[in-house]
Each structure stands twice: as C-alpha cells, then as structure tokens.
Design a protein around this ligand. Structure first.
Ligand SMILES: [Zn+2]
Ligand SMILES: [Zn+2]
Length: 268
C-alpha cells in the first residue's frame, strides 16, 4: 500500500495506472492534417500511440510498446519495467520494443514479453537481431513468453487474458486484479465479457463517433461500458476525428472519462 496526495488529501493506493499514450495508430496530430483537433493547443488533444503502465505493489507492467515509447518513458520518468504484455502485433503497439534497451541496461536483466504465440513470432522476426545466437553487443535483452487464453502468473501476480476481435484478428486484452485494458476491439464475445465483471477500472478503445470496421466507436464503447458496469471507465486509442477533449468529455456519463497522455489513476 502506498500513499499519494490528491487535491491536498492523502490517499492510500495499491495500483497506479499511467496512460503513456492514448492515440490511434497515426497519433494526434496527424501528419498533414489541419483539423481543429490536430491544431488544438490543449495538451490533452495531443495523443501518442496507445500504451499503459501498471504499477502494483509487486510488479511494474507495460502493456504494449508503440513507436512513441521512448518519449513516453522519458516523460513519465519510467526506468523500471518487469514485463511487457502485448495485445497484438500491429506496429502502433510493438514498434518501440527496441527502446527497452536502456531499461535492460539499468536493470541488468532481460525483459520478458508475454503475448500469443503468433504475436511473438512477429516480434522474433521484426527484432531478429535481439534473438541471434551471436548477438551484436548492446541489443535489447528480450525473453519471449508465449501465453494462451488461460490465466498466467508473472512472479506472484495473476494476469488474465481476454480474447477479443480486432476485425478478424484474435487479439488479447488483459485483466490484472480489478483493472482491465482492452484496446483495438471491434467485438467481445459474451463468454469473454464474463471476465470483465466487477472491475474498478476498465480501459476501452473508442476511435471516433463514426462507425469503423475494426474499432469500437464512441457509441459502441459506451454501450459496452453500460453493460459491464465497471466503477470507472476510460476511453483510449482515440483518433483526431473524435473531436476535442473538452467537448467530448462533457458528453460522457459521470463515471466515464476520456483518457489523455500522462493521466495517472490510483486504485485502492
Ligand atoms: Zn492500434
Ligand atoms: Zn486532424
């Protein structure tokens, strides 16, 4: 149990969630776009690629490592990562894995990467230099740990994969305690929804207001939140076409929030 001072009041917490990135695959602003969101001067409208950092009393877990990872770790002063969990193999979720190098140097150990066998196969191919027999000195020390849909342990912490659909691709969300992280979902089977009951905090992807073939839009995300009834829900993997942070925030139910880069949430 640790202590944090919020609005002058000291509170204890066991889990801290930090949003490293909350943007869709291109990030916001989008290169070459001059819409009002991409031109916004509010830092909450500036979104790097989606990733979250989960700190419990026992473990520091990174979920996804997109191409903005270096800037995200510098911004949040993160130096200690015990393990990386991958939701799927798309580059906006895996493109920053080489930037785990300084963390390996600092900790003097390899970083285990958990994900489906298919996903880790892609990592082994994309970062082949890190897995060679005679490695170039200074490559990231990574250990691939394939998992299936069954709950698994990282040290003494139990992690529960949630099988979701990203269009036709079977990808994973993860539940750790009463926190769950779901990104890039376009469909969640009823059986898997059972794993998302009684949550203190649900993070769920919501791309924009318009429908999209491979991501929930705002309406679909809100109706799923209504169905699952978490204590609080945070929207992530947001595109520039969602609208301004300030405008959309006003439209949400009291326990649902737009996440933004750098947001920290403390759970009991
Ligand atoms: Zn994505
Ligand atoms: Zn734009």
């Amino acid at each position: 149990m640790r202590l944090v001072k919020m609005r002058g009041i000291s509170q204890t917490y066991n889990t801290k969630i930090t949003f490293l990135g909350t943007g869709t695959s291109q990030g916001v602003p989008v290169i070459g776009c001059s819409c009002e969101v991409c031109r916004s001067t509010n830092p909450k409208d500036n979104r790097t690629r989606a990733s979250v950092f989960v700190e419990t009393n026992y473990l520091h877990l990174l979920i996804d490592a997109g191409p903005d990872l270096r800037q995200q770790l510098l911004r949040q002063h993160i130096m200690h990562i015990d393990a990386l969990l991958l939701t799927h193999e798309h580059k906006d979720h895996t493109g920053g894995i080489d930037d785990l190098r300084p963390v390996c140097f600092l900790l003097k150990k390899s970083i285990p990467i958990y994900g489906q066998r298919r996903v880790l196969h892609v990592i082994a191919k994309d970062y082949d230099y890190a897995f060679k027999k005679n490695k170039y000195p200074g490559v990231p020390e990574l250990k691939l740990c394939p998992v299936d849909e069954r709950p698994f342990y990282i040290e003494q912490t139990i992690v529960k994969p949630v099988q979701i659909k990203h269009l036709h691709l079977n990808i994973f969300g993860y539940r750790v305690g009463n926190f769950a992280y779901i990104t890039d979902a376009s469909f969640i089977p009823d059986k898997e929804k059972q794993k998302l009951q009684h949550l203190d905090m649900l993070v769920l992807n919501a791309l924009r207001k318009e429908e999209h073939y491979s991501h929930f839009n705002l309406k679909q995300a809100l109706s799923l939140i209504e169905e699952l009834q978490p204590r609080s829900a945070y929207l992530t993997h947001i595109g520039h076409d969602m609208g301004l942070y300030e405008d959309i925030s006003k439209e949400l139910p009291a326990h649902v929030f737009m996440a933004y880069d750098g947001l920290e949430v403390f759970l009991p």
